[in-house]
Design a protein around this ligand. Structure first.
Ligand code: NAP
Length: 502
């Protein structure tokens, strides 16, 4: 039962968590840890894991160190390598769901199509694709960022007779042995796919509209002895995920992102330039791979083997664009024909969707599409004006870059917990005020334009007006901001059933 008169501090809340990916699982675990069980995790897919369920392409790896891309409350001594592969990460999330007893809380294949706030009851009405409804006090939007594939409108694409698919729709049991594969797209995904296929296929053509700077990183697997040592001594894991080395690296990288003239940025530029100059032997190929924008303007590619891969005789880099897709291949911009059996569209995602197309409305007609007409925005990446008791994990304008999104979501959850405490206590409604949202956006946009992401390249980090849609300050500033909300920035409406202060 919800919204029954209770004394301050005792209000029991019912929650809808949207998405059973990394962030939704986190929310479920955290609520359970408080003894709160009145929640449902709505999941449009048939299993958990979000991005790790959707992406099953060869070479899928998380380029954040595995021990840092792990919940703080559930270290995993069994990671097989410094950077873990997709299937292993997916198995980790599945294991956490079972270990924390969340299986029964998840409604699979149940897409939330509408969330409507009722001003009278102060509750959200949730409607699913099959027309079922639920009434909750709080919505946690944990629906992820990169889950709407961007499928390019290439001339002739529909005529291709072989398999053509987006990288996040990799077909089961696709046999690539001895086949000729075209990979369109050169983000983290395309680079990982080309690297993996370079030793597997007869031929791989990497269509790069823009080349990428490549940050060389070490890759190593953990031996049985090392994994046993992690099991025996959790401090060894702690030393990786919270060690000075790791955080010093994050701080240096973050300083570079927000201060484009810093020595830290110069160091990154020197490393990636040296990597290109020293790793790619053929001068013609080297020039093809040389970006004309600054390092880290697009999300920096971390790779230990891409330059090796593109120098294999199986791989060809095509930089002249795509004139046309034909039934049996691709005609490049310079007229070269590439005969292909398979076409992989590693062309990224529509990054401005977030919870949409779910219709999020408030009685009186305000909806998320209107609020986000110009650009997606959320105060501290969490709260949206006019949408009370609706909180986002990894919402718009959060930190982006080569960081652990798990760490980011955990910090955001800690912040949301403070807001929930007010709802458990004396508040009926909490949402950021219009004034606070606008002031935040003015400050954020001004700072975002000066970050490296705004230094002159295209990327999914930019909004429709070309402004980086990111947290533009330091990681430490983000960590500090997540310590506790400044409630003066929020519209907090106190419950009517509580005695008025004398
Ligand atoms: P992405 O970074 O957005 O890259 C998309 C690529 O497709 C770009 O090279 C883009 O070229 C190209 N492209 C788009 N439309 C095209 C068109 N019409 N014709 C030709 N080329 C086109 O997408 P992503 O590689 O899937 O990566 C998205 C994000 O997912 C990453 O930035 C990262 O945050 C995350 N990710 C992380 C990991 C990890 O290891 N942690 C791995 C994979 C993905 P332009 O650059 O010229 O626009």
């Amino acid at each position: 039962m919800t919204n029954e008169p209770t004394s301050a501090g005792n209000r029991k809340l019912r929650y809808a968590i949207i998405g059973a990916g990394m962030a939704g699982i986190l929310a479920g675990v955290r609520l359970r840890a408080r003894g709160e069980n009145d929640f449902v995790i709505y999941e449009k897919g048939a299993s958990v894991g979000g991005t790790w369920r959707e992406n099953r392409y060869p070479g899928l790896t998380c380029d954040v160190p595995a021990h840092a891309y792990t919940y703080s409350f559930a270290p995993n001594p069994d990671w097989s390598a410094f950077y873990a592969g997709g299937p292993e990460i997916q198995a980790y999330f599945q294991r956490i769901v079972t270990q924390y007893g969340l299986d029964d809380a998840i409604r699979f294949e149940t897409e939330v199509v509408a969330c409507e706030y009722d001003d009278e009851s102060g509750q959200w009405r949730i409607t699913t694709g099959s027309g079922e409804t639920d009434v909750v006090d709080v919505v946690i939007a944990a629906s992820g960022v990169l889950h709407h594939p961007n499928v390019p409108d290439l001339p002739g694409l529909a005529s291709f007779a072989g398999e053509a698919f987006h990288s996040a729709r990799w077909p089961d049991n696709l046999d690539l042995d001895g086949r000729r594969v075209g990979v369109i797209g050169n983000g983290s995904t395309g680079v990982q796919i080309v690297t993996a296929l370079s030793t597997q296929c007869e031929k791989v053509v990497h269509f790069q509209r823009s080349p990428q700077w490549i940050m060389p990183v070490p890759f190593f697997t953990y031996s049985d002895e090392e994994r046993q040592a992690f099991r025996d001594d959790p401090e060894l894991i702690e030393a990786i995920r919270n060690g000075e080395d790791y955080w010093a690296g994050i701080r240096r990288f973050n300083t570079a992102l927000v201060d484009t003239n810093s020595p830290e940025m110069a160091e990154i530029e020197a490393i990636v330039l040296r990597n290109l100059e020293e790793s790619v032997r053929d001068p013609v190929l080297r020039e093809k791979l040389r970006p004309d924008y600054r390092a880290a303007c697009k999300r920096l590619i971390y790779s230990w083997s891409y330059y090796d891969a593109v120098q294999r005789p199986t791989v060809e880099v095509e930089r002249s664009g795509i004139a046309e897709v034909t039934t049996d291949g691709v005609i490049a911009g310079d007229g070269t024909f590439h005969a292909l059996d398979v076409l992989v569209l590693a062309t990224g995602f529509k990054a401005d969707r977030f919870i949409r197309p779910t219709r999020v409305t408030r009685r009186g007609g305000v909806d998320l599409d209107q609020i986000w007409a110009r650009r997606p925005k959320a105060y501290m990446a969490i709260s949206i004006p006019e949408l009370p008791n609706f909180f986002m994990l990894n919402g718009p304008t959060g930190p982006v870059g080569n960081f652990s999104l798990i760490d980011i979501a955990e910090r955001q959850w800690a912040y949301i917990e403070h807001l929930l405490d007010r709802l458990r206590d004396d508040a009926r409604e909490i949402s950021v005020s219009e004034e606070a949202m606008e002031a935040y956006e003015v400050r954020r946009i001004a700072a975002a334009k000066t970050t490296i992401f705004g230094s002159g390249c295209t990327s999914w980090y930019l909004d429709a007006e070309g402004v980086p849609a990111s947290w533009p300050w330091s990681y430490q500033a983000f960590a500090d901001a997540m310590e506790a909300p400044d409630l003066t920035q929020y519209d907090v409406r106190i419950r009517a059933d509580l005695p008025r202060p004398a």
